[in-house]
Write a new protein. Structure first.
Length: 233
């Protein structure tokens, strides 16, 4: 067999190799190398990293990897290697988690919802679009939430001291910030829950260095955004 050069394989291609191996009686490295026209050393690396590759497949779909998922996959791998007495118990899972420094974390949904292909495509188109305009006329605007009553969630304490906190405040404002490429800022738009909060009783809202809007949930709405754009510059 001619020695094949190492080539870059996508995650999908690695999964295809592993699936073929699993569905064909765990065929050997040589058979896989001939079938997929990949060097034997590279095939061996893929097989030895079976667990990591399948984990990457799951992550690519943005699916949470739970304890039972790990246990089920462990039992499948044990069967492949002839370890029929392996139970993948909760005790095994705990030891496995500690040994490999695995912790259960909250998932950030917004980050995973980004369409990377659309982002890359937009980055290619953007220079041609903005080339027609003066820099002072090119703006970026985005909104964020300001939780103005939230206290820090950590505190200094002795190691054996128990720290109890109160209920986390969800009181918030929505803030729209906008500036152009040369750093000129528009007045921030603040959205609250009340047309005139009690704290504003003796204040003239028109003299604030911000624009104040409101709705019952302090959210950005189509109408608020339309009104803001109509007044824009």
């Amino acid at each position: 067999m001619t020695t094949l050069k190492r080539k870059r394989l996508s995650l999908r291609e690695k999964i295809d190799i592993l699936d073929y191996r699993k569905n064909n009686g765990n065929v050997g490295i040589r058979v896989l190398a001939e079938k997929f026209q990949v060097g034997k050393t590279q095939i061996a690396d893929i097989v030895s990293n079976t667990e990591e590759i399948y984990k990457a497949k799951t992550r690519e779909k943005n699916l949470p990897v739970s304890g039972p998922t790990i246990q089920e996959k462990a039992k499948q791998l044990a069967e492949v290697h002839g370890l029929n007495d392996f139970k993948a118990s909760n005790g095994w899972l705990e030891k496995f988690r500690k040994r490999h420094n695995i912790s259960f974390k909250s998932i950030c949904g917004e980050a995973s919802s980004v369409d990377r292909i659309a982002v890359d495509d937009w980055k290619k188109k953007l220079p041609n679009i903005i080339d027609k305009y003066e820099k002072r006329d090119i703006f970026n605007a985005d909104e964020t939430e300001l939780f103005f009553r939230v206290l820090p969630n950590k505190t200094m304490a002795f190691k054996n001291e128990t720290c109890n906190g109160g209920k986390v405040s969800k009181e918030r404002l929505t803030v729209l910030l906008c500036c152009n490429i040369i750093g000129e800022f528009e007045r921030p738009l603040i959205i609250g829950k009340a047309k005139r909060p009690r704290a504003f009783k003796k204040l003239d809202v028109n003299k604030f260095p911000v624009d104040w809007c409101w709705n019952k949930k302090a959210w950005m709405t189509t109408q608020i955004m339309t009104d803001w754009l109509m007044k824009f510059r």
